[in-house]
Write a protein that binds this ligand. Structure first.
Ligand code: FSO
Ligand code: SF4
Length: 551
């Protein structure tokens, strides 16, 4: 295997035996084969589009498949075998329609003709990341694929809430086709590939804005909300991941049952939505970011529902209580997590989880305080006058965007220390699970404006963009680069890669990223990013404080 898609990749270069995330080598190669099959499906579908016989379900199918290959989503080999077969079947239907049932011509690329049995003999070296020999081409292709995984994750959430975009689906198709070796449609040169990365970022802005509209349309605009971090005396169900529709269904089905529902990790911002505040059975947030789950799930005592990433291979002590849904899955020699599939109409039956909860003791207390969320764009812009006055009066000197992901490595303590070291006239804008590094610190407020404004999940980075663009208008400056605003973001997986590309596509300069640079970025590609956008890696708190804040 070879995988270098996330921040915790082995030695900062690539996982080669098994993944640091727990992904087995054989699952990694199945993911490579699935992506290879998806490229062929995209190729045939693009041909089908020209002839008016493309698959109308291409977008949602590909998004689900790509989402499953994102870090910490699915560790179940059987899932990928089935998806590979389904992809090839769909590809063949479109290909046959394109050729009116005749066999494809000799110029058809291997991705368009390979059979299931042939594909299952292909090794990672033959079809995976390293099969692209040129290091820069590989870097640009893989970064694009990771951007597509991010688009797919956000696109699936939007799709589940009924929001679709043909533009997004056509971009996914075009981008996948661009990565096919010796494509008969031609391959973009390096400048063309960089342009595709920028387009990927623009599509990222679009999909995040669609998801924002879908979430706020369904659940209202988040409002600043204090969320309890303690526990009650009832048995509980813990819901983690990003899928708000699953939360809605779970709250409906547990209403009046005597079971309390707690959020975990990226589900915390759900408390800010007016729709979810109606539910008395939604009682609080339990624990911290994704990687704490081994100890926190154990102590929770009740069932846990994992709606998306980030899943960590479970300990036996709680595997029996851990359920997956959507494209999340887990199987190893010892356990296969129970999976709740959707019915044809999208509804889900959580009764097995609820019955189990009734037999479980209440959660063990981890802490007993509160944490704030709900500062999405509508809430922040509703007090824009106050914010602008505070900037004009010199009470707020700088906004620091510290959005992104959390991770396991010790270097991540940097983000807590950086937040603590920030002068009192700075405000942190955050989204994503990176916030758990500082959202429970007592950083105070500036004239009633909290110094940590949590816009929500990682997709709610869109909110931060809206806030920045509105502030630029209010201050009469041309771009967000002219605002007293700096970016010190943390990345871990491919949704963060997409958010990063989205910021670049908007022309944001001087982004500082950490705790390491993506392994997939080759030296020459990095050079382009540095020359065009002045991107840099974070260093130590003292130096970064000087270059970002005090200078
Ligand atoms: Fe965190 Fe995981 Fe939201 Fe990511 S839970 S790390 S960017 O998957 O998705 O922020
Ligand atoms: Fe390694 Fe990350 Fe890939 Fe997992 S997702 S195999 S940790 S690079």
């Amino acid at each position: 295997m070879f995988c270098y898609q996330c921040e915790e990749t082995m030695n900062g270069t690539g996982c080669t035996m098994n993944g640091m995330c727990g992904k087995k080598g054989e699952v990694a190669v199945l993911q490579d084969r699935l992506i290879y099959a998806l490229k062929g499906y995209a190729f045939c579908n693009s041909r089908g589009r020209q002839k008016g016989c493309n698959d109308s379900d291409f977008g949602p199918f590909v998004m689900e498949a790509l989402f499953a290959t994102l870090t910490n989503v699915n560790f179940d080999g059987a899932y990928f075998e089935k998806k590979i077969q389904e992809t090839l079947d769909r590809r063949d239907v479109v290909r046959n329609a394109v050729h009116d049932g005749a066999p494809p011509g000799p110029q058809a690329p291997n991705v368009a003709t390979i059979t299931y049995d042939e594909l299952m003999t292909k090794t990672a070296d033959e079809i995976g990341v390293l099969s692209t020999a040129d290091i820069d081409t590989r870097s640009l292709r893989e970064t694009l694929i990771y951007g597509l995984k991010g688009i797919s994750a956000y696109g699936m959430h939007a799709h589940i809430l009924g929001s679709e975009s043909e533009d997004v689906y056509q971009f996914i198709e075009k981008a996948l086709v661009s990565t096919i070796d010796a494509s008969p449609l031609g391959n973009p040169d390096k400048d063309g590939m960089i342009a595709l990365l920028m387009e990927c970022g623009s599509i990222g802005v679009k999909i995040m804005s669609m998801l924002d509209a879908a979430n706020t349309g369904a659940y209202g605009s988040p409002v600043p909300t204090q969320v309890s971090t303690g526990v009650g005396k009832n048995p509980g169900i813990l819901i983690s991941g990003h899928d708000l529709k699953d939360l809605e269904m779970l709250l409906e089905q547990t209403k009046g049952s005597g079971i309390d529902v707690y959020t975990h990790g990226e589900m915390l911002p759900a408390h800010g939505y007016p729709f979810f505040q109606k539910y008395e059975n939604l009682v609080g947030n339990y624990g911290n970011s994704w990687w704490h789950q081994k100890s926190e799930f154990e102590k929770f005592n009740g069932p846990i529902l994992m709606t998306t990433n980030c899943l960590v291979p479970p300990k036996e002590t709680y595997a029996e209580r851990l359920f997956t849904t959507n494209m999340v899955g887990y199987a190893d020699d010892k356990s296969q997590l129970k999976h709740i599939a959707a019915n044809a109409d999208g509804s889900k039956d959580f009764s097995e989880i609820i019955e189990l909860a009734k037999k479980c003791p209440p959660p063990e207390e981890l802490e007993n305080g509160t944490v704030m969320t709900g500062f999405a764009h509508a809430a922040v812009l509703s007090v824009a006058d106050k914010v602008i006055d505070a900037v004009k009066a010199g009470d707020i000197k700088k906004f620091v965007v510290m959005a992104g992901c959390d991770g396991r490595r010790k270097e991540r303590e940097y983000y807590t220390e950086f937040a603590e070291a920030l002068p009192h006239d700075t405000v942190i804008l955050t989204a994503g699970c990176a916030k758990y590094r500082y959202n429970k610190l007592d950083l105070g407020d500036i004239g009633g404006i909290p110094r940590v404004l949590d816009a929500g999940q990682c997709n709610d980075c869109y909110s931060l963009v809206v806030i920045a663009l509105e502030l630029a208008k209010a201050f009469g400056v041309e771009t967000v680069n002219d605002l007293p605003l700096v970016f010190n973001i943390a990345w871990y997986e491919q949704k963060a890669t997409l958010v990063f590309l989205s910021l670049l596509s908007l022309g944001v300069q001087n982004i500082v990223i950490g705790p390491t640079l993506p392994a997939c970025i080759s030296p020459d590609v990095l050079d382009v990013l540095v020359k065009t956008f002045n991107v840099s890696k974070n260093t130590d708190v003292e130096s970064d404080m000087k270059r970002l804040i005090t200078l």
